[in-house]
Design a protein around this ligand. Structure first.
Ligand SMILES: Cc1cc2nc3c(=O)[nH]c(=O)nc-3n(C[C@H](O)[C@H](O)[C@H](O)COP(=O)(O)OP(=O)(O)OC[C@H]3O[C@@H](n4cnc5c(N)ncnc54)[C@H](O)[C@@H]3O)c2cc1C
Length: 498
């Protein structure tokens, strides 16, 4: 007698939810997959929008990734999309506090001794990760008597570029900072003992993301229900599954649910969480940030060290005085989004001029709104406004959430994926979705790619406490460090069900 198909509800069609649903839908004989998404289109924060009367399309949140983003790159390739190479050129600070990742500056010469000492500290942090994972970078640098200029003008702006959501940079785990420089797979920059940074890493920019996620959803065998937010989830006793109710009041039964949205939504919609679920999900802390997309060159010239000949694409500025531990940052989208360099004609109509300068400026943590300079952007030059809720990479995220999620994965047919399960990157989002699918029984699709498999196995070990079917023991990897400080009996507790 044929087995009954497992009916799976995936909540959220961001990168994590779509990857999960795609992987499950490769096995239609075993899974019937429905995705409920609150927004009208899939992609979540990997979104696009039309600007300038529809003449241009921009990716208005997620922009790009590193060559180590194997899962994203494989998915792009499978669905016929091409990433574009981008050289990452960053301008930090202004005046005598100005420095870059590509040219010498007065600040780096002045702080040369501290830069060299920082390299030695990073090596110690890496060696003693178990300790440093719960120590904020600011505490470590203060204890070791690094100067305000070094902390506020060099280390925090650099860390904030990758992990600065919510303006929580001083509270980012010291171990995470060391990984940015020293981990062979995660490393974004090579540490330079004389200038801190002296290389221009090659990254890639995503093609139009709404097309990417729309195409993946269209060509896969799952049912995507956009503009259908989950309002309530009720878990039935034993193996009876779950009842999901949408915002219109319609209720459907599923065998399993995968939450691929944020932790706040999980807590809001789940009507009977266990004590542990409630306790842990509350530990993911979110902050409200704001982004302006604009064309105000004068604002950019006032706020940042803009030298057009340098073609920098990232700009970071530090507030002054007592708020010197907080930053604002901007990007010049036109220097790396390929669809801005040429008229875009795929689905958006096309036309328009090349040689634009479209900027995005991020203002972090609305509790510090009094510091924001968004009021200085000429209103007539604003192309788009967006509010965002983002989690922060404080040490508490790595001490009170990440190591414990494994104990709620699978509780009452409920699974968790999304970048908030580890770090805020598009690559982790995709890996996390594939991991939830694997736990439900869908084989991992990229086992032929050694770097991808290594990252996946590490994620599975840390966030699920599980081993991939058919894989050797999860070892090394750029995520394994998070698990490496856990007692060994916590690691690889279980093997995913066959
Ligand atoms: C502004 C911004 C820029 C970024 N840039 C980069 C970058 O350049 N490179 C990089 O690697 N990473 C970047 N990131 C981080 C990374 O891309 C994200 O962490 C990742 O895409 C998140 O994917 P996700 O699927 O976990 O979550 P999301 O994309 O947030 O998806 C969650 C989905 O759940 C849906 N949802 C919420 N509530 C409900 C409900 N009740 N019912 C149904 N659906 C619901 C949401 O609408 C959303 O679509 C960026 C993040 C942000 C916010």
């Amino acid at each position: 007698m044929p087995h009954e198909k497992k009916r799976v509800l995936v909540v959220g069609a961001g990168a994590a939810g779509t990857a999960c649903a795609w992987s499950l839908s490769q096995h239609p004989e075993r899974f019937e997959v429905e995705v409920w998404e609150a927004l009208p289109v899939p992609g979540g924060v990997a979104s696009s929008c039309a600007v300038k009367d529809g003449k241009h399309v921009i990716n208005d949140q997620v922009q790009g990734g590193a060559p180590s983003y194997r899962h994203n790159l494989r998915l792009l390739q499978m669905f016929g999309f091409k990433p574009s190479p981008v050289m990452m050129r960053i301008a930090f600070g202004v005046g005598d506090k100005q420095w870059t990742n590509h040219s010498p500056s007065g600040l780096t010469s002045r702080l040369q001794a501290e830069i060299a000492r920082f390299g030695r500290v990073l090596r110690w942090v890496k060696r003693l990760e178990a300790l440093f994972v719960v120590l904020p970078i600011d505490t470590v640098l203060r204890l070791l008597r690094f100067s305000d200029d070094f902390r506020y003008q060099m280390v925090f702006p650099l860390v904030a570029l990758f992990f600065g959501t919510g303006n929580q940079t001083p509270r980012v785990s010291a171990a995470v900072v060391a990984r940015v420089f020293l981990d062979p797979d995660l490393r974004l920059f090579d540490y330079c003992p004389s200038r801190l940074l002296n290389s221009v890493p090659e990254m890639f920019a995503f093609p139009v993301l709404e097309e990417v996620w729309g195409t993946i959803a269209k060509r896969s065998g799952f049912k995507l229900c956009c503009s259908r937010p989950l309002a309530k989830l009720h878990r039935l006793p034993g193996s009876a599954g779950v009842l999901a109710t949408d915002a219109a009041g319609a209720t459907c039964a599923f065998h399993e649910v995968v939450f691929a949205c944020d932790a706040e939504t999980v807590l809001k919609t789940m009507d009977n969480p266990t004590w542990l679920e409630r306790r842990l999900l509350r530990n993911v802390r979110y902050y409200t940030d704001f982004c302006l997309t604009h064309e105000d060159h004068d604002y950019m010239a006032d706020m940042y060290d803009i030298k057009p000949a340098q073609r920098d694409n990232y700009f970071v500025r530090t507030y002054s005085g007592a708020d010197a531990d907080k930053i604002e940052m901007s990007f010049n989208l036109s220097t790396y989004q390929p669809h801005l360099k040429v008229p875009h004609r795929v689905t958006w109509g096309g036309g328009g001029e090349a040689g634009l300068d479209i900027y995005q400026t991020y203002y972090l943590d609305d509790r510090h709104r009094r510091l924001w300079t968004d009021g200085r952007v000429e209103p007539g030059k604003v192309l788009a406004r967006r509010w965002m809720r983002q989690f922060a990479h404080t040490w508490t995220h790595f001490a009170c959430w990440v190591p414990w999620i494994r104990f709620i994965q699978g509780t009452r047919h409920t699974w968790y994926c999304g970048s908030y399960t580890l770090v805020n990157t598009q690559e982790i989002a995709v890996i996390s979705g594939l991991a939830a699918a694997e736990r439900l029984g869908a084989p991992y699709p990229f086992a032929d790619d050694p770097l991808a498999a290594k990252q996946f196995d590490s994620y599975l070990a840390v966030v699920h406490g599980a081993r991939r079917r058919g894989a050797a023991d999860a070892s090394g990897g750029w995520l394994a460090w998070l698990g490496s400080w856990l007692p060994s009996w916590w690691r690889s507790r279980s093997v995913a069900p066959a």
